[in-house]
Design a protein around this ligand. Structure first.
Ligand code: AMP
Length: 399
């Protein structure tokens, strides 16, 4: 069973069919106003295609964590309004505190081909995150076909991502998931080489399986950010007050050994930007080498390291990146992250950003459109890199 060869909306006939589409409308809201509508814009191609093909399009999504209660501040009503404007066509909001209630049923019954209905927040129902059959069945009863286009929740087996496929035989992916499978999937399964992975972020413990799995696949593994100090300490370097996970020192040693055994080039920082406190206004000091003196902590990779990492990117044919190289939220400690982003932007390689903070950093720096692919799911793309089968994708029909 391959996770990559899944049927898409283009492989099926949707004309006059009721199609339930799981979207990712989990947008940030402030006082009922959507503050970042990228996810709505991202969902448009799939919705537009289905509308043009004459489907009856029933959209659903979660928003935030209402924990099984109908919390009015987490209603999808603002999404229906904004989506109508973006589509240039009415998105009828089927307001129902229990999601599949009288309003939803009536709205769906009255749909004509090409109409669009949005259901209420699926997490208003406590069954949703437990993948309980009754709610899956209710959702499925509205439609004849299921389309999943929410990559951000594909690593979770919920009613609206997995449960419904028990009751709807035809289950395919939309354009967003198709694109994630193409770029993340090809990078991990069939990369053009040299294949370089760059991992950063705060903690080793969050990336244990990612490091282990990527060492099986890459030619070069680059480590930066807070987790580099556990690796350096495991090799006997002085790390001062830097972030270190004492209980991961053995693991770090094992991974360094594994890299040697596999012939993977493992790159660690050779210099750092350090400070005597963790603060925006901390004075940045550049070290001469790997060692960090007492009373100081590493907050970014140093200039020699940035150059090494940029060179590795320059020579690559495929690069994937997850996690910042330093505390990029503080201006004085953002240069390492910027250098990596810039090297990727200037490269001709296939460049894939694995969501989360690195996606935010790349967009902030204005490099977004220079990357081959920026994943829309932080957690999901990490699990992808761990080699885990994502249940929301496994559940879809194979080609
Ligand atoms: P993650 O969520 O694991 O990708 O980690 C991202 C966070 O790691 C960001 O908020 C960074 O500020 C933080 N980070 C990166 N480098 C360091 C460092 N050297 N020391 C402490 N925190 C760091």
């Amino acid at each position: 069973m391959s996770m990559f060869n899944k049927k898409t909306i283009e492989d099926i006939d949707v004309k006059d069919k009721k199609v339930l589409v799981r979207c990712d409308f989990n947008v940030p809201l402030k006082d009922g106003v959507i503050t970042d509508e990228n996810r709505l814009i991202g969902a448009l191609p799939t919705i537009q295609y289905l509308v043009e093909k004459g489907a009856k399009v029933i959209l659903c999504s979660h928003l935030g964590k209402p924990k099984g209660e109908a919390k009015p501040e987490l209603s999808l009503a603002p999404v229906a309004k904004r989506l109508s404007e973006l589509l240039g066509k009415e998105v009828y909001f089927a307001k129902d505190d229990n999601v599949v209630g009288e309003n939803a049923k009536k709205a769906v019954e009255n749909m004509k081909s090409g109409d669009v209905v949005l259901l209420e927040n699926t997490r208003y129902r406590k069954e949703e995150t437990k993948n309980e059959d009754n709610f899956s069945q209710e959702l499925a009863s509205l439609a004849e076909i299921f389309v999943n286009d929410a990559f951000g929740t594909a690593h979770r087996a919920h009613c609206s991502t997995v449960g419904v496929t028990k009751y709807l035989e035809t289950a395919v992916c939309g354009y967003l998931i198709q694109k994630e499978l193409k770029f993340l999937g090809e990078a991990v399964e069939n990369p053009q080489r040299p294949f370089v992975a760059i991992l950063g972020g705060a903690k080793v413990s969050d990336k244990i399986n990612v490091i282990n799995n990527l060492l099986e696949k890459v030619d070069t593994l680059i480590i930066g950010g807070g987790m580099a100090y556990t690796f350096l300490k495991s090799q006997g370097f002085e790390v001062g007050n830097s972030l270190v996970e004492e209980d991961r020192l053995d693991y770090a040693r094992e991974m360094i050994q594994k890299a040697k055994d596999k012939g993977v080039n493992l790159l660690l920082p050779v210099d750092h930007i350090i400070a005597d406190k963790f603060a925006q206004d901390a004075e940045p000091v550049t070290t001469e080498n790997e060692n960090i003196k007492e009373g100081y902590m590493g907050l970014d990779i140093g200039p020699k390291t940035s150059e090494n990492y940029a060179n590795a990117v320059k020579n690559a044919k495929t690069v994937i990146w997850n996690g910042p190289m330093g505390v990029f939220e503080f201006e004085n400690f953002a240069n390492g992250t910027k250098a990596v982003a810039k090297a990727m932007a200037e490269s001709d390689a296939i460049t894939v950003i694995g969501g989360g903070d690195s996606a935010a950093a790349v967009n902030q720096l204005g490099f977004g459109d220079k990357m081959t692919h920026i994943s829309t799911g932080g957690g999901a793309s990490l699990e992808f890199l761990e080699g885990i089968q994502l249940p929301g994708i496994v559940a879809l029909n194979d080609k």
